[in-house]
Design a protein around this ligand. Structure first.
Ligand SMILES: [Zn+2]
Length: 198
């Protein structure tokens, strides 16, 4: 079945690209601060893995919140990088591209540890998959790493360190800040793997 992957260029989606080898990778600039670095990272990984790469640009920065939007977190934010309805937005935009390309299966990079976000939970993935499947194109949404943490995903995927090194994990900008939750997760994962962080 022809498959697309939402490839943000972060560690998790890069590992899934290696693991599942989708037909097409979709990267979205929705107005997040790190968009340029994410597109560059995703594009490089897609080229290395010989995966077609589609870039979508829709500026939603005025509707964002927190680290990724460069604003203070919303009053209802569970963590500093929370952006309202982010996964719902990204899945919808990727679905629009997938329908046009005749792709019936969309993969996203949610992990077990993303359950701090309502839209990172298994129930959300199942719910939005059912909702997408009701509509034209009959797209199903799957999160192959939903039962794994970041270290388990890297190990299970078997990704090469040299490929993972291209991932951009910082939430706040195009250069790793070294302090945000994205950077800390990146360093902690590399450290747990016994690899030298990039
Ligand atoms: Zn950072």
């Amino acid at each position: 079945m022809k498959t697309a992957l939402l490839l943000s260029g972060g560690m998790d989606s890069v590992s899934i690209a290696w693991w599942k080898r989708p037909d097409v990778a979709i990267t979205i600039d929705y107005g997040q601060k790190a968009a340029d670095a994410e597109i560059e990272a995703a594009g490089h990984v897609a080229r290395l893995l010989n995966i077609a790469h589609e870039i979508i640009r829709v500026d939603c920065s005025k509707l964002g919140s927190g680290d990724m939007a460069g604003t203070d977190p919303s009053a209802v934010a569970p963590v500093s990088e929370w952006w309202p309805f982010r996964n719902q937005l990204l899945i919808t935009l990727a679905g629009m591209a997938a329908v046009r390309s005749g792709v019936p299966r969309l993969l996203i990079g949610a992990l077990a540890t993303d359950k701090v976000h309502a839209d990172g939970r298994a129930e959300f993935v199942e719910g939005i998959s059912d909702l997408m499947a009701l509509q034209e194109g009959g797209i199903v949404v799957e999160a192959p790493a939903i039962k794994l943490n970041a270290v388990e995903l890297v190990k299970d995927s078997g990704i090469d360190q040299d490929i993972l090194a291209w991932a951009h994990s910082c939430h706040v900008g195009n250069y790793a800040c070294g302090r945000c939750r994205g950077c800390l997760k990146h360093y902690n994962t590399w450290s747990a793997l016994g690899w030298t962080p990039h």
